[in-house]
Design a protein around this ligand. Structure first.
Ligand SMILES: [Zn+2]
Length: 312
């Protein structure tokens, strides 16, 4: 089976070890059109390539660049960085919590049309196609605008078959709200990843998300200011012990460039693409996480998510 990447279609068998939620660029849309002197494109490209080369040497083969149009998405940069580093990069459509204002006044189906265009035709006027659809719900919950974004994501998913992957505020259990909206839209929840599900030691909530059929993303390793590394590892180990590895995917939510977090947040020492392979997985192995668990979370589950294809 094939999946679209920044360098063109690739075989799903070649996805390999995959980080399911990262960013090349997580930046303010439009800012760099008005203030181009702020844009350090060459530096971003150089650093992204260097960092991905480094983790490629450690076995990482694919990252999902979870940056839609409202994150200053740059598919041509993704194509160059992918070719230079050897790491596959899959691109994203959909919407973040604070999305582009244009969506506020548009009908749901028109927004879905734009998402479908990214998947079927290409992003930013290129022939690079999105492979995944982002939905995002913050602590304010499913506001009318947010509900429209989620329904647009759901409709684009059903029209194209591209999987949905979400941003949630875990502490307010927003994943359950998202599942409710998706279910109302007829979405098979097994084709959804509820992201940012490793930010609190809340196993009953996570069990509910999994029972409802979705994958969960423990996808912020290195963001120790939200939950310290020790607890993130403890959560990972306990969920594997309970037999949930087949419904989990792993990542850092790290980026080569992010412009909307504080310098202290950005400076977290382990918020990078090395942390899982260098720190987390070796420690998890010591605590009983098996090679089979790791293979499921990093290789088999990502592949299965992108092999569940076809509109319905
Ligand atoms: Zn993210």
């Amino acid at each position: 089976m094939q999946v679209e990447s920044a360098t063109g279609p690739i075989d799903t068998a070649n996805l390999g070890f995959t980080y399911m939620h990262e960013h090349l660029i997580a930046a303010t849309p439009g800012l760099y059109t008005s203030y181009p002197h702020l844009w350090e494109g060459d530096k971003i490209e150089r650093e992204a390539t260097e960092r991905l080369r480094r983790v490629h040497a450690k076995g990482v083969r694919t990252i999902i660049d979870m940056s839609p149009a409202d994150f200053h998405r740059d598919p041509l940069l993704a194509r160059r960085v992918s070719a230079a580093s050897g790491v596959n990069i899959l691109e994203t459509t959909g919407a973040y919590v604070h999305s582009i204002l244009y969506f506020n006044t548009q009908e749901c189906d028109l927004i879905a049309d734009l998402f479908v265009r990214d998947i079927a035709v290409g992003i930013n006027g290129t022939d690079i196609k999105a492979a995944v659809i982002k939905g995002a719900t913050g602590p304010d919950g499913v506001t009318p605008t947010n509900e429209k974004h989620l329904r647009a994501a759901a409709r684009a998913h059903r029209r194209t078959g591209a999987p949905i992957s979400t941003h949630t505020d875990m502490r307010t259990h927003r994943g359950l709200d998202q599942q409710r909206v998706f279910r109302e839209e007829g979405v098979d929840l097994g084709r959804v990843v509820i992201g940012h599900s490793g930010d609190a030691m809340d196993i009953p909530y996570l069990e509910q998300l999994i029972e409802n059929g979705s994958y969960i993303g423990l996808d912020r390793f290195g963001i120790d200011l939200m939950l310290p590394e020790e607890q993130r590892i403890e959560l990972l180990v306990e969920l594997c012990r309970r037999g949930f590895a087949e419904r989990m995917v792993l990542s850092h939510d790290a980026s080569a460039m992010v412009d909307f977090v504080s310098p202290a947040f950005r400076a977290q020492p382990n918020w990078n693409w090395d942390t899982l392979v260098d720190r987390i997985l070796p420690e998890a192995r010591k605590r009983g996480v098996t090679e089979e668990h790791i293979r499921l979370m990093t290789v088999d589950n990502p592949r299965a998510i992108f092999e569940a294809q076809g509109p319905y």
